[in-house]
Design a protein around this ligand. Structure first.
Ligand code: B16
Ligand code: MG
Length: 213
């Protein structure tokens, strides 16, 4: 039976995708880049650098220092938006699910590609529920590479086969499966249907259902 649960942040614990979209869109409008909500979907769960590559989609060739300045600008717009995060921004059922798992002796970890994850957790006031925090600074190779989830399992002191990942991104489900972990996909089947269990959010799940996987 699983002994460690690893949660993605954006799309699982809270919905920061809208803030990422607004921040990228502001940069896009300032720089004359075409960028829609649909384009934003392709950025789900991937690192800032990969997001930037997908954001540009070859529309502009930039040298490294300009690319970094654009990413920094987007990040400052994003940080202005997440600065207002409060516990009300937790997705439905999240605190209850985390507390229930903790009560049952399961170790809890974060497995997020975001370098802003700690700031968001701080606003949500759930940081103290986690045993291990894996964020965008933890490893070099981000999802769909297995590195981040394996790093969190190592932090638990558990084999990968004792861990379950909760993910809303295709790249994140791919990473969990490649790591040899069970995976709960959160969102539409077309995106996360390759997970072992698919649902719309933690409010639909019990810890017992996940342990039965
Ligand atoms: P940052 P997650 C991901 O969060 C987002 O889904 C993705 O859109 C973003 O590009 C990535 O974090 C990096 O975020 O710019 O804050 O470092 O789903 O892995 O929690
Ligand atoms: Mg996510």
């Amino acid at each position: 039976m699983a002994k460690g649960f690893i949660f993605d942040l954006d799309g699982v614990i809270t919905d920061t995708a809208e803030y990422h979209f607004r921040a990228w869109k502001r940069l896009a409008d300032e720089e004359g880049i075409q960028f829609s909500r649909e384009d934003n979907e392709a950025l789900r769960g991937v690192s800032r650098e990969e997001s930037f590559r997908r954001f540009l989609r070859g529309q502009r060739q930039l040298d490294d220092s300009t690319a970094k300045a654009w990413m920094d600008r987007k990040n400052s717009y994003y940080q202005d938006l997440i600065a207002t995060t409060t516990p009300d921004d937790l997705l439905p059922g999240v605190r209850e699910f985390l507390e229930s798992a903790r009560h049952q002796g399961i170790k809890l970890g974060l497995g997020s590609a975001s370098k802003n994850a700690r700031m968001v957790l701080d606003g949500l006031q759930v940081e103290e529920l986690f045993d291990v925090l894996g964020d965008g600074y933890a490893v070099m190779n981000t999802k769909p590479a297995v590195d981040l989830f394996v790093w969190v399992a190592g932090g638990f002191g558990l084999p990968v086969t004792d861990c379950v990942v909760f993910e809303d991104a295709e790249a994140g489900v791919d990473a969990a499966l490649k790591a040899g972990m069970k995976c709960v996909g959160i969102g539409p089947k077309e995106r996360v249907g390759h997970g072992h269990l698919v649902c719309n959010g933690l409010h639909e799940l019990t810890v017992a259902q996940v342990l039965a996987l």
